[in-house]
Design a protein around this ligand. Sequence first.
Ligand SMILES: *[C@@H]1O[C@H](CO)[C@@H](O)[C@H](O)[C@H]1NC(C)=O
Length: 410
Amino acid sequence: MRFTLATSIVALAVLAVAAPQPTGQRIGMAIPITKRSSLVNADKSVDFDALKSHVAAGKAKIRQGFTTYEKNTGMKHPSDVGGVERRGAGEPLTDDQSQLWYGSISVGTPAQSFTVDFDTGSSDLFLPGSRCDSSCKGHTIWDPSSSSTSKDLGKSFSLAYGDKSTVSGEQYNDTVSIAGFSATTQTLGAANTYSSGFQSSQFPADGLMGMAFQSISSYGASPVFQTLVSDGSVSDPVFSFKLSSSGAELYIGGSNSALYAGDFTYSLVMHQGFWEVKMDNVKGNGETILTNVNAIIDTGATLIIGIPSDVSTLYNALGGTAAPSAGQGYYTFPCSSFPSISLTFGGKSFPIAASALNLGPVSSGSSDCVSGLVGQDTGSSFWTVGDVFLQGVYTAFDVGNTQVGFAKLA
Ligand SMILES: *[C@@H]1O[C@H](CO)[C@@H](O)[C@H](O)[C@H]1NC(C)=O
């Protein structure tokens, strides 16, 4: 009935669709991915603490990206408008990974398997390291000293996932393989401390793999997919996601033509950092309400987070009710009559299913439901487009041509 946000753990059985070729360069490969999310309470009503933690973690991630971009390039990120505290008043103290898509990679020699969250909103890979304190308990631990190919870079790292909440440790180079493709000299972090949002009670994957651009890598190093391309391991410099509750997968080295229908429409990346593109417009009930909005396409985000004034304009037009008890920027509609909202990219409009937009009742038994498109100041001039939209489309991240393609799901 209600979609995947209502489930705590959805195991998705997915198949590898393409076998490795015996000789020469291989074509793409799919790996199964699994979704975990927990933005609703046991009674299916929206868990606002979880929602707010998620939004706070999203803001911290964007701030981390901007800070790193400036450090790496010597320039302020063009979409950084600043002015946002790491954490607003009243936001819960835990950081959060309430929703994530994760799958398997292997690291080192001999190869050891780990699960990681695939996140197109950041660019670094980290795993719990062998020197990690109790914060890594319950995860599979990576011991670089047991890998004959690991190289200690003698550099530390620290990633902010909320106020005073960091993942920190040491940087190494080692072989990293995904879907059978190998990056032989990949920089990754062995964490000595995990912030609360990454602890095994909250975060089922062992680590996180960033899939955005090098300019927001806090290691200042090539992200895994870009290394696969520069090593010549992957010939088609594209990776693609189907993030749907039926048959989710990450495809490395192209797109899986069985999973989408028709052609892709592409939007060029505006600044190589995040996967930031122009969204032509936002439509509500068939009318164009907002035009020329910038957006980052973020598989590590659950919600669609818009600039507050844009979102207020949108909901004024659609008759959404502000839900101040839930917090600034949250809106409700009658559960039985959600508006149809669509996002237009590359000239083509993609609808958001009401079942995806509707997060659940504002409180137990209420007939008012919370929208998954919220207005929040993230200190950026872009929207964050996450799972609420992405679960309804097939998405290609084209590193070679620095563009994002969307197609209808098959
Ligand atoms: C580690 O890997 C990076 C590529 O990501 C490379 O530039 C660097 O030279 C490597 N360092 C060592 C010590 O191998």
